[in-house]
Design a protein around this ligand. Structure first.
Ligand code: NIG
Ligand code: FE
Length: 417
């Protein structure tokens, strides 16, 4: 832990993203939007940033405890807006079956995939699951992540989904990292349910009202894809979520155009994620409704499916974010800094777009842009200090370099010593 007031000095640069924060803008991002300040310092009191500047330190902060940032750069704490960390068990056998030529969908049809994790997670005690989630949060912290969106979705009964969401809530209550919980009850069709639509109706009638009443999630999610849930299957679930005041995030169009992007826009979703096969019509609809396009290149790497090209999304005027999609089957990648470099390269983002895609834009997708995603006075003191010489080096790093410090709401959550 760090004292209540401290100042990080001698920073080679601070990448503040202040121009975007000032204008509350999430699109048309260029290098000057990074708000880079050379020879910078950042002052913190309690959970908040109270000063950001360059050159001589403001006399107001001269008494603050000093943290020497020599040789380092500062960025906003990273925001991973799509993760599935509530699971037990491993699925490395599936990876090897894919090496032998099976596809992700074929393995799922044969009882593997999500159903396999559902089984091993049901067998795990609360204590085991809690310790697994906490260990995963620590790993995220080591990669500079200060805000994590966490999905349920390996429960797939009302009772198990509630158990997982209650565990997330318990962990969130005493964590320096900020957690945004999402109920992904429509992750796959449970084996004992007659159809996708019936399960979605059970969730709408029995699960979502409890989720709302107990404050267990900020949003709901569904896997809109051939073989999982159609737009029509999800209708009552998504309408109920809206009526209950829950936000919507969606897995869409990962393997085929399932009209998921169109659906995300029509419900005013906060984000639509994956998007490899989103239709031109869906992309335009997302832009017009301000739905963030959240791209997950780690999944493409690990399951050999195409990367999502951000170009049509940018042309249409969508905000673009990047997230890990950390999960036991399609993407055990837990390093958002690796995803940043991969996403820049394969999803075709510029340096500025890539930095915003793991900070400012995902903050927006969680409706946290008032508190997070930029280094400005009054925002949460979520700060990533990297022992690197420039923003260019950060984007090119491929997630190799460990942070020097990671602060979440003013608390040190990682430093190597
Ligand atoms: O986002 N697409 C659905 N869910 C995960 C995969 C989950 C799993 O295979 O366990 C995803 O890729
Ligand atoms: Fe996912």
């Amino acid at each position: 832990m760090t004292s209540a007031s401290f100042i990080i000095t001698n920073l080679k640069e601070a990448v503040t993203l202040e121009p975007l924060a000032k204008e509350n803008r999430f699109t048309q991002i260029s290098n000057k939007d990074l708000g880079r300040q050379a020879n910078a310092w950042i002052a913190v009191t309690g959970q908040k940033i109270v000063g950001v500047g360059c050159g001589e330190v403001d006399s107001n902060f001269k008494t603050f405890a000093n943290i020497d940032g020599r040789g380092c750069i500062a960025l906003p704490g990273l925001i991973d807006a799509h993760t599935h960390p509530v699971f037990a068990g491993i699925r490395s056998d599936e990876f090897c079956r894919r090496l032998d030529g099976a596809t992700y969908q074929e393995i799922a049809k044969q009882g593997g995939g999500i159903q396999s994790s559902v089984k091993s997670t049901a067998e795990a005690t609360d204590d085991l699951l809690e310790s697994l989630i906490r260990a995963r949060m620590n790993t995220f912290a080591q990669h500079g992540v200060t805000t994590i969106e966490m999905k349920s979705g390996y429960g797939l009964t009302v009772a198990e989904e509630l158990r997982h969401l209650r565990l997330i809530k318990k962990i969130a209550q005493n964590s320096a990292q900020t957690i945004s919980a999402t109920c992904l009850a429509l992750h796959a069709v449970p084996k004992d349910q007659p159809s996708a639509k019936k399960w979605a109706e059970v969730c709408a009638r029995e699960l979502l009202p409890i989720v709302r009443k107990e404050g267990l999630a900020d949003a709901v999610d569904a896997f809109i894809e051939t073989g999982y849930f159609s737009v029509n299957d999800c209708a009552l679930y998504l309408e109920t979520a809206k009526q209950l005041g829950l936000n919507i995030r969606l897995h869409v169009d990962e393997f085929s155009d399932s009209q998921g992007a169109v659906c995300a826009a029509s419900y005013g979703a906060l984000s639509a994620d994956h998007l490899q096969f989103a239709s031109p019509e869906g992309i335009l609809a997302m832009a017009s409704k301000g739905v963030v396009a959240l791209l997950l290149p780690g999944t493409s790497l690990y399951t050999s499916i195409p990367y999502t090209d951000s170009t049509p999304f940018k042309k249409a005027g969508c905000a673009i974010g990047l997230a890990t999609d950390f999960n036991p089957g399609s993407c055990p990648v837990d390093n958002l800094r690796l995803v940043l470099t991969m996403g820049a390269l394969h999803c075709k983002l510029t340096m500025a777009e890539a930095v915003a895609a793991v900070t400012w834009v995902p903050a927006r997708s969680l409706r946290l842009e008032g508190e997070k995603g930029a280094l400005t006075i009054g925002r949460d003191a979520d700060i990533l200090i990297m022992p690197l010489t420039s923003c260019e080096e950060f984007v090119a790093d491929l997630g190799r370099t460990r942070p020097a410090f990671v602060f979440a709401k003013g608390r040190k959550i990682f430093s190597p010593d």
